[in-house]
Design a binder for this molecule. Structure first.
Ligand SMILES: [Zn+2]
Length: 485
């Protein structure tokens, strides 16, 4: 499906002109809630307003979700946009509110891109993760001022579980109520992609923030998905119409407007690291203005530049594969890992999974219930510039071990469904097939590795290493083999 980003840019300019007078001030916490409630009241068919908890001072942490996807539809990806986790960086609040306006306007005028985005995505907006801090912050204060931390004087963006340096004390330490609310939110909703909006610089930051253990050099601390993170960061940066490439006074310059968190400065317990390491959610930290709390007259320029960038990165939730994993037809929490990447994606209780992947061929290890763990391969096709990402849909039905072998029963179908390539795969006890989608040239290999089912429900890292070497080496080096362990 070809949809041009010019649609969004046009709507942003139009809405900015209409609402310019409204942006003479930042909304207070109460006004922010009133705005979200009005949206929810007036657009009930596409919005859902909910609170994920309260702050130290009792403010509600409101989230507005927008979608046009039918409630019963499976595998619709959830994306979240979080603002104002540092209370003295409120540009994100206004940016999020304006993005909501843009999407609502696009919906009202039936804009093709907006309708498609909302039809295929659930977008959750948390405009302020730290309203207590915001109420103490000072407008016009561009540098460190009051309100960065919460009411208990804790920096919420250092309050999440660390990823490398963890001991019992740190693990069991009481987290702030705002942090706990976000953690609980993430455990209830399976987010695929996230953006956290900050101010005080101009750059897009990708994981990890926490330095690699033993590295005191401010070197890069990279995930195995660094190719994807760099793609997401550069997608955002190039969507800002050049704004992110400018440099702030007395600040270093960032090549192409992006940087790895630890190589900028190492930080422990950040929300971005927590998202990816513990939930597999790919979060970017975006710094959208040199001044932390600029005068509101500056807001419109920032909004004009960053809303198209936000939309372009939200679309990337559809890049890669998704589907439903079942065990003998039964749905349940399942696990999928791209071999060679130390991240295991856990599905929803309904077996739904999402995995952002760039074009290329990948080997996927899939585990569900007491069924036999399988290794499959998939090829993600290239897409044309400016083409809306369209995921490969791969529904996988695993089988229990020791069943009768019957090659003839192996099923492998390709279907085209609304621009998405759908592969329904039933993996039986021995098989190898290749099929090709006529629409996009997508390839699917069913290359199997049979493992003994294990009692535990999740994959330990040691087990993953074992599976990786026992599966990937024969597959990669010896072409197609069927091995039983
Ligand atoms: Zn910040």
């Amino acid at each position: 499906m070809k949809i041009r980003m010019e649609h969004i840019v046009f709507i942003v300019i139009l809405i900015s002109a209409i609402t310019a007078n409204e942006l003479t001030k930042y909304l207070s916490n109460e006004e922010l809630y009133d705005y979200l409630r009005d949206v929810n009241d007036n657009y009930q068919n596409i919005s859902h307003l909910y609170s994920i908890g309260t702050t130290t001072l009792g403010e509600e942490l409101w989230v507005l979700m927008l979608t046009l996807a039918p409630s019963h539809e499976s595998t619709v990806p959830n994306v979240k946009i979080v603002g104002n986790i540092h209370g003295n960086e409120p540009v994100g609040r206004e940016l999020i509110l304006h993005l909501i306006r843009v999407l609502l306007y696009g919906y009202v005028i039936n804009d093709e891109e907006v309708i498609h985005l909302l039809r295929t995505t659930k977008i959750h907006f948390l405009p302020s993760a730290n309203p207590d801090g915001f109420s103490k912050a000072v407008e016009g204060e561009c540098n460190i001022g009051p309100g960065r931390k919460n009411a208990n004087n804790v920096d919420l963006n250092r309050d999440f579980l660390p990823i490398f340096s963890m001991d019992d004390k740190e693990f069991h330490r009481q987290r702030e109520i705002e942090t706990t609310a976000i953690v609980q939110w993430m455990s209830e909703i399976h987010f695929v992609l996230s953006v956290s909006i900050h101010s005080g610089s101009l750059v897009v930051v990708y994981p990890y923030d926490e330095a690699t253990p033993g590295d005191n050099t401010n070197g890069e601390s990279l995930t195995d998905d660094n190719d994807i993170f760099k793609h997401l960061a550069q997608t955002y940066a190039s969507g800002t119409k050049g704004a992110i490439y400018e440099s702030c006074p007395e600040s270093r310059t960032f090549e192409n407007g992006v940087i790895n968190g630890a190589s900028w400065y190492s930080a422990r317990g950040t929300m971005m690291d927590y998202n990816y390491y513990y939930h597999g959610c790919m979060e970017l930290t975006v710094e959208v203005s040199c001044c932390k709390y600029p005068h509101p007259v500056k807001l419109m320029d920032i909004i004009d530049n960053h809303i198209p960038a936000l939309v372009s990165v939200i679309r990337e939730a559809h890049q890669g594969i998704k589907g439903v994993i079942t065990c003998e037809g039964d749905r349940g929490i399942s696990y999928i890992q791209v071999l060679g990447r130390n991240l295991t994606i856990q599905s929803t209780p309904e077996g739904e999974y999402w995995r952002i992947l760039l074009p290329g061929r990948y080997f996927l290890q899939v585990e569900s219930g007491s069924c036999t763990t399988e290794v499959l391969s998939v090829e993600i096709p290239r897409r044309k510039h400016d083409e809306y990402p369209s995921p490969i849909i791969m529904n996988i039905n695993l089988r229990k071990p020791y069943e009768m072998i019957n090659d003839d029963e192996t099923e492998l179908e390709t279907m085209d469904n609304n621009d998405e390539d759908e592969l329904n795969v039933t993996v039986k006890d021995t098989s190898y097939q290749i099929s090709e989608s006529a629409e996009s040239g997508a390839h699917f290999n069913n290359t199997r590795e049979t493992f003994s089912p294990r009692a535990e429900s999740s994959l330990s890292s040691a087990a993953l290493q074992y599976h990786y070497y026992s599966a990937a080496i024969p597959i990669l080096l010896c072409s197609i083999l069927i091995i039983r362990i």
